[in-house]
Ligand binder design. Sequence first.
Ligand code: SAM
Ligand code: SF4
Length: 332
Amino acid sequence: MQDQFGRKIEYIRVSVTDRCNLRCIYCMPPEGVPAVPHSEILTFDEIERFCRIAAGLGISRIKLTGGEPLVRRGLPFLLGKLKQIPGVEQVTLTTNGTQLKEQIRDLAANGLDAVNISLDTLDAQRYHQVTRVGSLDQALEGLDAALRCPGLPVKINCVPLEDGTDKDLLRLAGLARKCPVDVRFIELMPFGPGRESAGRSNADIKKILEKQFGSSKPYENLLGNGPAEYVLFPGFRGRVGFISALSHKFCSTCNRLRLTSEGLLKPCLQYGTGADIKALLRGGASDRQIQEAVIQTVLSKPACHHFNEDNDEDENGEGGQKENREMSRIGG
Ligand code: SAM
Ligand code: SF4
């Protein structure tokens, strides 16, 4: 599928739950988001049917996300079902890693193609502070289990906050020296509680890393599904990536759609609008009608996001209403 700006749309992030066992300060309020009743969340059968229809239109890569996807019971089963859909080449997962140790074997057996683990610090106290309730040991056990899984590509995602330390960022990046993992720094985006935290710019972080590890070389080969810009540091086994949604918009190469756990198909992260896929799935719509909704959503993708701007619409009058959901309810 191509959108009206000629971008090829081939990737979807599918959120399977709005629930999470952590409460990261930039993602969730302390009390968590009001839990959506189970009946309002798409069932595995509904997700599978939708993905089958989307794959028929050219969506070839699926990322399972949440909330925390591993708190939804039976996730490896869903993964296995999605892997069997003709046209689906890759199903990957983004997780906080705290339940990976227990589930990695099942996930791998069902064909998991890669995993991203969110890890903002290697300091136990700071981890507890940022996640409010989490234990670093549990996340590291998950990381270790993923690294032991033969042939499984592993990436670490870190959202640096202004009140974090440089030492912490250096330790995290240093994981890519020690282990065959890519470590990616993601600029904080102004969503929900993320509006109340201050992030750090990737340009600053790169400077700090280069001071410690020496000059980096750009890594040109495209890696993964998206917008990270990768570099190689001397002697490193993995790459270091920068996802700079705010300082360097990458909208011109946007290749994605997002399906929330409540079945809203979103054309753009920033805007709250989209197609009500759940209503179609539950209202007896035909595959053809759902296909049409996907195509219309792709055609409604705005040219770019306008984070940090107060107006709801961009200069072309597109975009519409801004997103008010927390990141945990969109899937990141
Ligand atoms: N629970 C899983 C996890 O943490 O990987 C999946 C869902 S989480 C919403 C997906 C990603 O979004 C995580 O890497 C998280 O750090 C990131 N994220 C959450 N809020 C964000 C924000 N305001 N700006 C940038 N990234 C954010
Ligand atoms: Fe949960 Fe992931 Fe949000 Fe942290 S970033 S609260 S782990 S959904």
